[in-house]
Design a protein around this ligand. Structure first.
Ligand SMILES: C[S@@+](CC[C@H](N)C(=O)[O-])C[C@H]1O[C@@H](n2cnc3c(N)ncnc32)[C@H](O)[C@@H]1O
Length: 295
């Protein structure tokens, strides 16, 4: 029986050569992505900034509508086609997207490291990356065996393939699928497939390639139930995140306990955060997570 941890964990990313959270405060954050600095809205930065006079190459100014809208304003030229960044031996393209992010999520770095630990020593571990976006997680997983990368967005999957090529990993065994995550997993269940590890990073709301509606509150539980059917006692992990939702990590943990409780190992939960750089640094929360790990 997987043990359910009572206390939450904080998985805090500390930045690396190509990424830093420089400061945050007054509802905004200032970050460095390689040679460029950007200011973006950040609702959870309730405190005051530590540094005076943020200098940035660009800023995302939100529209009047809280949930979307807004646009980038550039103070200095930033390549519209993007620029290369690295993490460990991986390379990928960052760019200023209309959705206010930069084409990858730096707060996932501790998750990538954790998955590496969970798969250490394996060479043929089949893994599944759902809602996989531009695929840094898929490249990490591809070190340990074949990966199935599933995302609804043609553009995101094309960018993920380009990132694999940029990393010199174009020949790795990665299936790139433009599919609705729930539909794909249901099909895999019918085919009796098994995976060594599954990561899912669903948005609050999304659409599959054929307009299939994804609403986290409604569709997460059946998806997790189906994901469980793709795992067995030899599998290594399932990692689930959620962001921009009114939900506690306890809720995600309860869901995993319901479906993965019969497996060996442990179920843990908590928050992902980014640590600011420098003296007096604070931790900016970014998402909640729950995970099942085999021991
Ligand atoms: C925030 S991103 C995930 C980030 C990613 N895990 C990473 O670390 O780079 C959410 C992704 O879910 C995808 N998506 C939304 N609805 C979907 C659906 N029904 N099926 C599959 N993917 C979907 C979007 O295209 C988007 O790429």
């Amino acid at each position: 029986m997987a043990r359910l941890a009572a206390q939450p964990l904080i998985l805090a990313g500390q930045g690396w050569a190509d990424y830093a959270l420089l400061d945050s405060g007054d509802g905004r954050k200032c970050e460095r992505y390689g040679p460029y600095r950007f200011i973006r809205p950040e609702g959870q930065a309730l405190w005051r900034p530590r540094l005076a006079g943020w200098e940035a190459d660009g800023a995302f100014i939100p529209g009047a509508d809280e949930d979307g809208g807004g646009r980038w304003h550039f103070h200095r030229p930033v390549p519209a086609e993007g620029w290369p960044l690295g993490w460990q031996d991986l390379h990928f393209t960052a760019h200023c997207t209309p959705f206010r992010h930069l084409g990858f999520f730096p707060d996932m770095a501790p998750v990538w490291e954790w998955m590496e630990k969970m798969l250490a020593g394996q060479a043929d571990a089949a893994t599944l990356n759902l809602f996989a976006y531009t695929g840094v997680g898929s490249l990490v997983l591809s070190r340990f065996g074949p990966v199935t990368h599933v995302d609804a967005s043609k553009k995101a999957v094309a960018q993920a393939r380009a990132n694999a090529a940029l990393s010199g990993m174009g020949q790795r065994s990665i299936r790139w699928l433009i599919e609705d995550a729930s539909k794909f997993v249901r099909r895999e269940v019918r085919r009796g497939k098994r995976y060594a590890g599954i990561i899912l990073d669903p948005p609050k709301f999304g659409r599959g390639p054929e307009g299939e509606v994804w609403r986290l509150e409604e569709h997460l539980a059946p998806l997790v139930a189906d994901c469980r059917r793709l795992l067995d006692r030899e599998s290594r992990f399932l990692f689930l995140t959620a962001y921009a939702v009114r939900m506690s990590s306890l809720a995600l943990a309860g869901l995993l306990a319901e479906h993965c409780g019969d497996l060996p190992g442990a179920i843990e939960h908590g928050e992902l955060a980014l640590g600011e750089e420098g003296e007096g640094a604070r931790m900016l929360p970014t998402a909640i997570f729950a995970r099942w790990r085999n021991e």
